[in-house]
Design a protein around this ligand. Structure first.
Ligand SMILES: *Cc1c(COP(=O)(O)O)cnc(C)c1O
Length: 368
């Protein structure tokens, strides 16, 4: 059996360090925020080449607070893509704003900058590109259009820890960048977690207050806030894991290169493209194939787990039917939803396992 990812293997490889970190927090009784979280904020901000980092309880909360700090509120519009995890859009709704979609471009499946301008209205208060699968959106083009209109860009970097665009780190280009530490992400907590990075002093200050009941100091609530604080245990664990992130990313990239070179012989699948100057961190290695569902089932039958990211674009989800979009509105996203298949990829995977997945796909291509 080849799993889609193997969190137990990662824990086993760091057990002594993680156990010590957790026991340290238990003994210190600093269970919420506290020194481990503060240290992690500094280390993660440095990792992203950003001035500030504000740790929160989930990636979704990071997106929500970024929008609020940028002044987004009821009646405003926020432009994003429909081909993303639903949380991107939920965060916009939490802020009371209306999500406005632009389609993705067909190679990277990230926001198509050529379609951005037409979606901007006088109500547009933020633009939220998603660095899907671990590859950054075309930030130069997006920042240029946003800049002409004076609209802030908030990066959904929840899948893109350490990804780069022309040498600049994910999260450091827009006014803020949001990350998730959900266990399966490239940097994962042992539970939930998230963080916002920003170079903007005022936004950082606002988000620090908003995550902790809007307090300026204890029991002095200057903003209507939230309980979005990170646990001390998660901060301590993330500090340990951050030290291994670059090694893990290198392993993901090695597996991706091996997949792409082996799969180049198979003309029924298209492999993902790493665009020049956009360093991909392969949170997801998604191939595209016409008979996606058949391949998904055939791999399953051979004991190989694969995933669908994502089978239904957000504009066609029942929960968001009130936005009034219809099938055909975003053809590139809709075609991607029908054809993408995510192959197993995780740092602890072996070269042999990558070869086994490819062998199974070759075999399936001949039998189907
Ligand atoms: C995981 C993810 C989120 C949400 O993060 P949580 O920590 O699960 O709240 C948001 N956007 C994208 C693109 C994600 O992959």
């Amino acid at each position: 059996m080849i799993p889609f990812l193997d969190l137990k293997a990662q824990y086993a490889s760091l057990k002594n360090e993680i156990d010590a970190a957790v026991l340290g927090v238990l003994a210190s009784a600093q269970y919420v925020l506290g020194p481990e979280v503060a240290q992690f904020e500094e280390e993660f901000a440095a990792y992203c080449d950003a001035k500030h980092a504000v740790a929160v309880n989930t990636g979704t909360s990071a997106l929500h607070l970024s929008l609020l700090a940028a002044g987004v509120g009821p009646g405003d519009e926020v432009i994003t893509v429909p081909f993303t995890f639903v949380a991107t859009v939920s965060a916009i709704c939490y802020a009371g704003a209306v999500p406005v979609f632009v389609d993705v471009e067909p190679v990277t499946l990230t926001m198509d900058p050529a379609k951005l301008e037409a979606a901007i209205t006088p109500r547009t208060k933020a633009i939220m590109p998603v660095h899907l699968y671990g590859q950054m959106a075309d930030m130069d083009a997006i920042m240029a259009t946003a800049g002409r209109h004076g609209i802030p860009v908030i990066e959904d970097a929840c899948q893109a820890h350490g990804a780069e665009y022309k040498g600049r780190r994910a999260g450091s280009i827009g006014v803020s960048g949001c990350f998730s530490f959900y266990p399966g992400k490239n940097l994962g907590a042992c539970g939930e977690g998230g963080i916002v990075v920003t170079n903007n002093d005022a936004h950082a200050k606002t988000m620090r207050m908003l995550r902790d009941w809007g307090q300026e100091r204890r029991y002095h609530h200057v903003l209507k806030g939230f309980n979005y604080r990170m646990d001390g245990i998660q901060g301590a664990i993330l500090r340990v894991k951050l030290r291994y992130l670059d090694v893990w990313t290198a392993a993901r990239r090695t597996h991706a290169m091996r997949y792409s070179s082996l799969l180049s012989n198979l003309d029924t699948v298209e492999t993902p493209v790493e665009v020049a100057y956009r360093r991909h961190v392969y949170h997801v290695y998604a191939v595209r194939c016409r008979d996606r569902d058949a391949l998904h089932r055939a791999l399953e039958a051979e004991g190989i787990q694969s995933g669908l990211h994502y089978p239904v674009p957000v504009h066609l989800q029942k929960a968001h039917e009130d936005l009034g979009y219809r099938p055909g509105d975003f053809p590139v996203s809709e075609a991607a939803a029908r054809t993408v298949l995510s192959l197993p990829i995780y740092p602890e995977m072996t070269a042999r396992q990558v070869e086994q997945v490819v062998a199974a796909m070759e075999h399936d291509a001949y039998v189907s």
